[in-house]
Design a protein around this ligand. Structure first.
Ligand SMILES: NC(=O)c1ccc[n+]([C@@H]2O[C@H](COP(=O)([O-])OP(=O)(O)OC[C@H]3O[C@@H](n4cnc5c(N)ncnc54)[C@H](OP(=O)(O)O)[C@@H]3O)[C@@H](O)[C@H]2O)c1
Length: 167
């Protein structure tokens, strides 16, 4: 990569048809296949995430992930855990770190960065579910679906898609 070029911003998210991503600080579903997919997509990469997501993912540093946590609380800094006060600071730090940059939410971080998203690793859960945190509307932007796989479990049907932004 050219030293002055910047890495793409790739998102990973699982959301319902009504764009819900969370409820009560947790995922609104338990879909083991999607958890495995999320862990596979983010392994070895730099993951940008909000403080709540960080606190609810104690094993974030396993499998070579490098977290950049967005928070006002600088005391969360640990060896191997980068702290940023804003999304812009987080992206600037992430640009210096190894692997892909994967934006892992939550809501405000997705909202602020969606206009700059280059790719979404999307799990669309084909259900309308109640929740308190949302992914911003992405369907009005233009995407090329470079990968797609349908699956289901006993409770949900879902589609794994890789969406590449067309500008
Ligand atoms: N389905 C999915 O793919 C998915 C993905 C991610 C999250 N979730 C769900 O979403 C919920 C958590 O997300 P959330 O949106 O509530 O919280 P979050 O983004 O993980 O954390 C919120 C905190 O992060 C910091 N923060 C976030 N955006 C910021 C910004 N733009 N500038 C500065 N600081 C910022 C603040 O930390 P301080 O208060 O420390 O300053 C804020 O209180 C959970 O239910 C989780 O399960 C689901």
């Amino acid at each position: 990569m050219h030293p002055t070029s910047t890495k793409p911003l790739n998102f990973a998210v699982a959301c319902s048809e009504n764009r819900v991503i969370g409820r009560g600080g947790k995922l609104p579903w338990h879909i083991p296949e999607d958890l495995a997919h999320f862990h596979r997509v983010t392994a070895g990469q730099t993951v940008v995430l909000g403080r709540i997501c960080y606190e609810t993912w104690p094993r974030v540093r396993e499998d070579g992930r490098v977290p950049v946590v967005i928070t006002r609380n600088r005391t969360l800094a640990r060896p191997g855990v980068h702290i940023a006060g804003t999304v812009d600071e987080a992206v600037a730090i992430a640009q210096t770190l190894p692997g892909e940059i994967i934006i892992c939410g939550g809501q405000r971080i997705y909202e602020e960065l969606l206009p700059r998203a280059d790719r979404i690793y999307l799990t669309l859960v084909h259900a309308e579910v109640p929740g308190d945190t949302w992914f911003p509307e992405w369907r009005h932007l233009t995407w090329r679906e470079s990968d797609r796989r349908e699956s289901c479990d006993a409770n949900f049907r879902y589609t794994f898609s890789t969406l590449d932004r067309v500008r």
